[in-house]
Design a protein around this ligand. Structure first.
Ligand code: CDP
Ligand code: CDP
Length: 232
């Protein structure tokens, strides 16, 4: 059978990665993988079990019992840790603020990266859209299409505040900036790596952003079809 088309999408918080990737996957008939959900789910597990997420040894040890399941149908998204459905819980602020403690550890990143590659290998769809911070550079550097989804800080803050009715824009803004700063120390997702196409959504609405992403995928697939190495 034809090899799976892999679409790698990275970008900062609020750039539209999750919503745009999901919709692009739906349009293309591809699977969808939210890698941030795995980092969030691991942080959730540590908090749920009362384990010390500040202690690297404790976090690394917990990987052995990290039983993570994720729905990769763009319309059937769910996240489980063991038997617990944590789809909503992993978005809670008390989880979000702890994710950096697990994401900073190379052992955690290596473990989750292997998990993601196995999910990509086992997809039954003709393609998969994989979204996160290090997909274009570490998880799938040889992806068919590699995209950095950006938007001005103002636009990203605005979109996030619109989602959270019970928090002030200032608080949301500061949390987002502080998370981006911490994340940037671990992986560079603010600058496009060689061969990565930047899609700036600042002036685009949601549908226009999805179309821009789908267009990059079509162009990249054509390039592969004509036997050229994808963008490198
Ligand atoms: O959707 P949002 O931008 O808020 O974040 P997310 O994609 O759910 O990711 C949550 C956190 O997981 C990020 O702030 C990163 O610390 C971490 N992450 C990562 O380190 N590498 C990835 N490939 C994806 C997420
Ligand atoms: O996953 P990430 O944090 O990058 O962003 P998201 O949660 O997918 O998107 C944040 C919000 O921005 C969502 O409510 C999207 O519908 C919205 N959005 C938008 O208003 N305009 C765009 N061009 C892209 C996303």
């Amino acid at each position: 059978s034809a090899p799976t088309v892999v679409v790698a999408i990275d970008g900062p918080a609020g750039s539209g990665k999750s919503s745009v990737s999901k919709q692009a996957a739906l349009k293309l008939g591809y699977a969808y993988l939210d890698t941030g959900a795995a980092y969030r789910a691991l942080a959730w597990m540590l908090l749920d079990r009362g384990l010390d997420a500040e202690n690297p040894a404790v976090v690394i040890e917990s990987l052995a019992e990290f039983d993570f399941t994720i729905g990769t149908e763009p319309e059937g998204y769910f996240v489980k840790v063991g038997p617990d459905v944590v789809t909503v819980a992993i978005r809670e602020p008390w989880v979000t603020s702890e994710v950096r403690l697990v994401a900073r550890l190379p052992e955690v990143r290596a473990h989750l990266t292997e998990m993601f590659r196995s999910i990509i290998r086992n997809t039954s769809k003709p393609g998969i859209v994989v979204e996160g911070r290090d997909i274009t550079t570490v998880v799938a550097p040889d992806a068919t299409a590699r995209i950095l989804l950006t938007a001005s800080e103002e636009a990203r803050m605005g979109r996030r505040s619109a989602e959270l009715v019970d928090q002030s824009a200032a608080v949301v803004g500061e949390q987002l900036r502080s998370r981006d700063r911490a994340d940037s120390r671990v992986v560079d997702f603010m600058n496009a790596a060689d061969g990565v196409t930047t899609v700036d959504s600042t002036e685009l609405d949601f549908d226009q952003t999805v179309s821009a992403v789908v267009e990059v995928v079509h162009l990249a697939s054509l390039r592969v079809f004509h036997g050229q190495h994808p963008q490198r």
